[in-house]
Design a protein around this ligand. Structure first.
Ligand SMILES: Nc1ncnc2c1ncn2[C@@H]1O[C@H](COP(=O)(O)OP(=O)(O)O)[C@@H](O)[C@H]1O
Ligand SMILES: [Mg+2]
Length: 289
């Protein structure tokens, strides 16, 4: 059924945002954000709590509409009404709270809402054999090996469940995959599992938007890094332009950290030596308006 053709040379961006912003009434949650997602690339969106990451992906996934700037898909300016509109254009989102039915088998969850059937009405029924076989094949194609697709999806580890969700999006024809903090609730090993399948989706030619507040996770798979701070763009850099250390410092918010360190140094029982020296931090960026 669905396939993802990858030509390798086709590097036209799928998603482009320029100067995009979003206000909720009087609250300006996001302002002046540029972002590009191309096939076969991972774009990481980083930022602290309240930075605007969720607002940004809600715009791209069709949950909310932007109130400033331009959002283009395949070069065409768009304004998406619903997540269904986004999906129709190949933008699939894997949310943190995965929409799965924990007690149903893995293969059943793989096809949830898009079941394969055989026969004609009134004799039409679920094509269980074909669904099991397809789910098994698709998971293998992504390098995901599960002992038994009959086991309830709730019995899988967090990392494995995320992987099934990624494989599912790939199978159903996603061109852009948005992952909202997929490693946030996971331990080191499970995070590694998810990072591996992010790379696998990229290698299948998808454009991946990977939202995280962990610069180490981002740097392991990222081609491009977008750091948000207080709703504005703090950094937008290609991998070749930024080191892991610089990325970490941008995340930490250089100038603010220096001020905090100074303040904390006055407090007894706080070891400020564990914080980086101001000289190790990137030059303070323009403060958010
Ligand atoms: N529906 C909403 N109504 C009003 N303000 C919102 C809404 N959603 C988010 N915000 C505000 O927008 C800012 C960015 O939030 P969010 O996008 O959730 O950040 P992040 O996902 O990076 O933690 C925050 O200040 C938040 O309070
Ligand atoms: Mg969020």
């Amino acid at each position: 059924m669905a396939t993802n053709e990858t030509s390798g040379t086709d590097r036209q961006p799928i998603v482009e945002l320029s100067g995009v912003g979003k206000s909720y009434g009087n609250i300006r949650a996001l302002h002046g954000v540029d972002l590009t997602v191309s096939p076969g690339e991972v774009t990481c969106v980083l930022g602290d709590n309240g930075a605007g990451k969720s607002t940004l992906i809600k715009i791209i996934s069709g949950l909310h509409q932007h109130t400033e700037g331009e959002f283009r898909i395949d070069g065409e300016p768009v304004r998406l009404g619903t997540p269904r509109d986004a999906l129709a254009r190949g933008i699939a989102t894997v949310y943190q709270d995965l929409a799965t039915v924990p007690l149903m088998p893995v293969w059943r969850n793989f096809f949830l809402g898009s079941e394969m059937t055989r026969g004609r009405w009134p004799l039409r029924r679920l094509d269980i054999a074909r669904m099991k076989e397809t789910a098994d094949q698709e998971l293998r194609n992504m390098g995901i090996v599960l002992d038994d697709l009959e086991q309830p999806i709730g019995s899988l580890s967090g990392g494995q469940r995320q992987s099934v969700a990624i494989a599912r999006a790939v199978y159903f024809g996603a061109r852009v995959l948005i992952l909202d903090e997929p490693t946030a609730a996971l331990g080191v090993k499970q995070s590694g599992v998810v990072l591996k399948y992010i790379a696998a989706a990229r290698d299948r030619g998808l454009g991946v938007i990977f939202i995280t507040h962990n610069p180490h996770h981002a740097y392991m798979v990222g081609d491009h890094f977008t750091v948000l701070r207080l709703g504005t763009l703090e950094l937008s850099a290609a991998r070749s332009e930024v080191s892991l250390e610089e990325l970490t410092n941008h995340m930490a918010g250089g100038a603010e950290l220096a001020a905090l360190k100074h303040e904390l140094a006055q407090v007894r029982g706080v070891d400020t030596d564990v914080l980086p020296e101001p000289s190790e931090l990137p030059s303070a960026s323009a403060p958010a308006p």
